[in-house]
Design a protein around this ligand. Structure first.
Ligand code: DHB
Length: 405
């Protein structure tokens, strides 16, 4: 690694310091490969942005194997099952009994804190709050990330490969030429209204509920703070609902206090989360490769986003090592390097499984604005087919906890 005042040379330059970018940087370092990271947001902004809270078993294993001192086992909570509820009819899906795996409730911002602390403890190069990020020279042997750092200094990172881990509004993705890239996209006619509130947990496990007024999810954060979501119109102004209206509505979706009594408290945060499904194919071009939300976005139902980012990184790191170990490597006629093309194919296999699960679970649990009685009762049939059969529950458990392969 050679560092001049305004230019840095590393093996891998990473655009994006969220979980995908930082996990890539850390695992590369474990293999003796140098990396530098740039991130447009500040460390505090990412640490305080609420994201999903469920980690699949393979994601937890990666945090442990990376040996970064993650607090997932001490501060996270193992969930061996979850509850699906239709019009107050609650059915438990027992993950351990069905597939022998659990999930962990450990919010994504805690994952981020673990990774950022480890990277900085190991004196990894990271620039937070950068502006004017641009990637150049993708067709050359030494592509560059140019940016303005938080002190206003123009800098460059020169690398042999660039990883675009810059989130769902990725700038890197657009560097894959339109003639090479196919964008697969679908939208949904609803969004989630997410709240944080000061209350004890309503139930020991998460509850995913559907009713004639739509979807709600009761999740958790700690003994005193809870996370909840309910389906809303994408144009909803989060301030237009009073606290009581929000809790009355969620209680109604749960099926009334005789089923489960919603624990209420002061609402400290409210946000509307958009829904979309997107896949970029391929996840690479030249010396650029995408990981995490930059290459694919899932709707939040089932909390697959971070888990997919980690499965990308699992597939990517050995292929980066392979490419870097072959200085004579040349791209094929499409402009793709073989190891990165194989990464893309492996990652997209899992991405499409997760796209299917997130799409399916979203449709199972949400009400469409134009729904008639047929649609609602058909959904009731689907709910029963899933929850009253060990095969149906097994499908849900296998997908939710993260497939074995
Ligand atoms: C959470 C978010 C999800 O999308 C989900 O499926 C489960 C939990 C959460 O924020 O806790």
């Amino acid at each position: 690694m050679d560092t001049t005042p305004h230019g840095t040379q590393v093996d891998v330059g990473i655009v994006g310091g969220g979980p995908a970018g930082l996990m890539t940087a850390l695992l590369l370092r474990r293999r003796g490969i140098s990396a530098a990271v740039v991130e447009a947001r500040s460390e505090e902004t990412i640490a305080h942005t609420q994201r999903a809270g469920i980690l699949e078993a393979p994601t937890v294993q990666m945090l442990l194997d990376a040996d970064i001192g993650s607090r997932v086992l001490t501060e996270g909570h193992e969930h061996t099952g979850t509850v699906l509820s239709f019009e107050g009819d609650q059915r438990r899906i027992d993950f351990q009994e069905l597939v022998g795996r659990s999930v962990w409730l450990y919010p994504q911002n805690e994952v981020f804190r673990d990774l950022a602390a480890a990277w900085q403890r190991e004196e990894g190069i990271i620039h937070w709050s950068v502006e004017n990020t641009a990637v150049e020279g993708l067709d050359s042997d030494r592509p560059q990330i140019g940016f303005t750092d938080a002190d206003g200094v123009s800098r460059t990172i020169e690398a042999r490969v660039i990883v675009g881990a810059d989130g769902s509004r990725s700038m890197c993705r657009k560097l894959i030429p339109e003639g090479v890239r196919t964008d697969h996209f679908t939208s949904y006619p609803f969004a989630w209204f997410g709240i944080l509130c000061e209350a004890p947990p309503t139930a020991p496990e998460l509850i995913y509920a559907n009713s004639e007024v739509g979807f709600a999810l009761i999740s958790q954060r700690s003994d005193t703070v809870q996370r909840m979501y309910f389906q809303c119109d994408p144009d909803t102004d989060p301030e237009s609902w009073s606290d009581d209206e929000i809790f009355d509505h969620i209680q109604r979706v749960l099926g009334g206090e005789e089923v489960v009594e919603l624990r209420r408290g002061r609402i400290t945060e409210r946000t509307v989360l958009p829904f979309r499904s997107y896949v970029c194919d391929p996840l690479t071009y030249g010396r650029l490769v995408l990981a995490g939300d930059a290459g694919h976005t899932v709707p939040p139902t089932g909390a697959k986003g971070l888990n997919l980012a980690f499965s990308d990184v699992r597939a990517l790191v050995p292929r980066l090592e392979e490419l870097l170990g072959d200085p004579a490597a040349r791209p094929d006629d499409d402009g793709l390097f073989d190891p990165l093309r194989r990464y893309s194919a492996t990652a997209l296999d899992r991405v499409w499984k997760a796209q299917n699960f997130s799409y399916w679970a979203t449709n199972l649990l949400h009400r469409r604005p134009d729904e008639d009685s047929f649609a609602h009762l058909r959904r009731r049939g689907e709910f029963q087919a899933i929850t009253r059969s060990a095969y149906g529950r097994g499908y849900f458990a296998d997908s939710y906890t993260g497939w074995a392969d």
